[in-house]
Design a binder for this molecule. Structure first.
Ligand SMILES: C[S@@+](CC[C@H](N)C(=O)[O-])C[C@H]1O[C@@H](n2cnc3c(N)ncnc32)[C@H](O)[C@@H]1O
Length: 340
């Protein structure tokens, strides 16, 4: 057995304050149980020369296992421990696009990048396609996509992405950011924004097309709809997605913009209305991961909404250890559920 220590990114310590190590432990425990055949054991916080690490024991990690761990959301560096010495482990994170695709956009209401990656990781790993986390071209939907943090992370992973958001400004900002980014980096793409009409009535706008990352390994589909997410089934075929990942509105105002009526629903009301449709869009074996503010909706109530839609909520072990404080008005938690 080899003893490893993972150095948590300094930025994660800033974002999560005291919770960075606990969240990394929970994420690695999910990855171990789902996609690493339980081979990571003895997960525990470790302090070395005054710095916080996450320690674990495993048989000598294989290249495919290192590839999975390389994508852990708070990972900065990984070392194998040899007595007092640390041997750096060469990492191989997924990078079909540069990280700046995710980090460049800055706006009020953006979901933290590391947290977005955490939610995507634990959701995909918990689906029946967990073993394809690093080499599959999975289809991921963020049905509350805002300006696309999840979509951009999923593109970096080489997945096909789809999104829904009711906010017209977010829809426009995402489309124009993505186009500008791809043009500037000379990445081959074809993206068209078009109105969606039913019975001659405008019901939505849609940004759709494809992107071929510079590595040429695949062509990725992009499909983002500006509409109410409770109508998501009007825009996508049933059983399309391997994973659905959403950071629900926090129920606290970000600025004083006037908002469309649909944006004023409480998070729990929104989930109650939307989750049945989202569930139909998941493939059997697919997983739904949501995050929300527990100060406005209790975990039991959010879990009951997922269970009422026929999903199996994962509550055991690490799945119950993602709760963390964001600020005085937000304590965030994660629920992951699978479709049979
Ligand atoms: C916490 S934000 C998600 C931010 C996103 N992850 C990002 O980083 O840009 C929640 C999003 O839900 C959207 N939203 C709220 N109610 C909605 C509804 N009924 N239909 C579609 N989108 C909705 C909001 O416009 C907002 O963009």
């Amino acid at each position: 057995m080899t003893s490893y220590v993972l150095l948590v990114a300094p930025s994660a310590n800033r974002v999560y304050a005291d919770a960075a190590v606990a969240l990394t432990l929970a994420e690695l425990e999910v990855l171990s149980a789902t996609v690493l055949s339980g081979r990571i054991t003895e997960l525990a916080p470790v302090r070395l020369a005054g710095l916080p690490y996450v320690g674990f024991t495993a048989p000598e990690l294989s290249a495919p296992e290192i590839a999975i761990i390389s994508n852990a959301s708070s990972l900065y560096a990984l070392f194998a421990r040899d007595g007092d010495l640390l041997r750096p482990v060469e990492l191989a994170p997924l990078a079909h696009f540069d990280d700046d695709l995710i980090t460049i956009p800055k706006y009020a209401g953006k979901t933290n990048e590391q947290f977005t990656k955490l939610l995507l990781n634990v959701t995909v790993a918990s689906s029946a396609w967990g073993s394809s986390l690093v080499d599959g071209q999975l289809k991921v939907l963020d049905p509350l996509c805002g300006r696309g943090t999840t979509l951009n992370q999923a593109l970096v992973y080489g997945y096909d992405v789809a999104g829904v958001d009711l906010d017209g400004k977010d829809f426009e900002a995402y489309g124009s950011y993505l186009r500008t980014y791809l043009q500037r980096k000379r990445i081959k793409h074809q993206l068209d924004a078009n109105p969606v009409r039913r019975d001659k009535r405008l019901v939505a706008r849609r940004l759709a097309g494809s992107i071929t990352p510079a590595d040429g390994s695949r062509t990725l589909a992009v499909d983002v709809v500006n509409a109410d997410t409770t109508a998501a089934t009007d825009f996508f075929k049933p059983e399309t997605f391997h994973a659905i990942v959403a950071d629900a509105p926090y129920g606290v105002a970000h600025g004083s913009r006037t908002v469309a009526a649909g944006l004023r629903r409480s998070p729990l009301q929104l989930l109650t209305e939307a989750v049945p449709g989202w569930t139909r869009l998941l493939r059997p074996g697919g997983a739904l991961g949501i995050s929300w503010n527990t100060l406005v909706a209790r975990r039991e109530d959010a879990a009951a909404v997922l269970a009422a839609a026929g999903l199996t909520v994962l509550e055991d072990g690490p799945y119950g250890r993602f709760r963390h404080r964001v600020d005085a008005s937000i304590t965030r938690d994660i629920l992951v559920a699978t479709r049979r």
